[in-house]
Design a protein around this ligand. Sequence first.
Ligand SMILES: N[C@@H](CCC(=O)N[C@@H](CS)C(=O)NCC(=O)O)C(=O)O
Length: 202
Amino acid sequence: MLTVHHLNESRSTRVLWLLNELDIPYEVVKHQRDPETHLAPQSLKQVHPLGKAPVMVDDDLTLCESGAIMEYLLDKAEGSCLRPNTGTPEYYQYQEWLHFAEGSLALPVIASLMMKMEQRTGDKPMDGYIAKEVNVDFAYIDATLAKQSYFAGSDFTAADIMMTVMLEIADKVGLLAKWGNIKAYLEKVQARGAYQAARSYG
Ligand SMILES: N[C@@H](CCC(=O)N[C@@H](CS)C(=O)NCC(=O)O)C(=O)O
């Protein structure tokens, strides 16, 4: 049975959400963040040397990186409509957003979250960098969602799962206040049953 190592309030929600969308059977091993440091417990290090979530184990394959796990699951569920056909314009939009979530958006969003948790302000290089990144990234995302329903076009795909989990953190930190299209999009995808089932794991 495919196993997902899930850390509460983490990117492993992406993997659980996709598994629910694809109807692939799985079991969940839960790991709990340290309430003070918010870091993962040692139990995750026993599964993978990085000690971060998500980790997926399927037979003799152990994988980390949420994007890579998503691609693995989509290969497993061959023919799923959650990844557009290779070579189509939608496929490359899908690829762009799948990578954008971790490659571009994660750094300013997670840095904002950390600074908020530490109640840190006045750090000039960091403030300037975050303000600039947040502005260009969210303007681009909002404009994309103004012209199409989902990140890869008119259909929901796994790129939406990758992006939503990062957008939710941004929302929690208060970065989405002026971006109406992103807020409306979040409400729409959060209404999906597969999302709600994934969130029930914490
Ligand atoms: N780029 C990786 C990021 C993995 C990551 O940083 N996971 C966080 C949770 S969202 C984690 O395990 N943090 C706890 C820790 O580092 O101790 C992915 O997308 O899977």
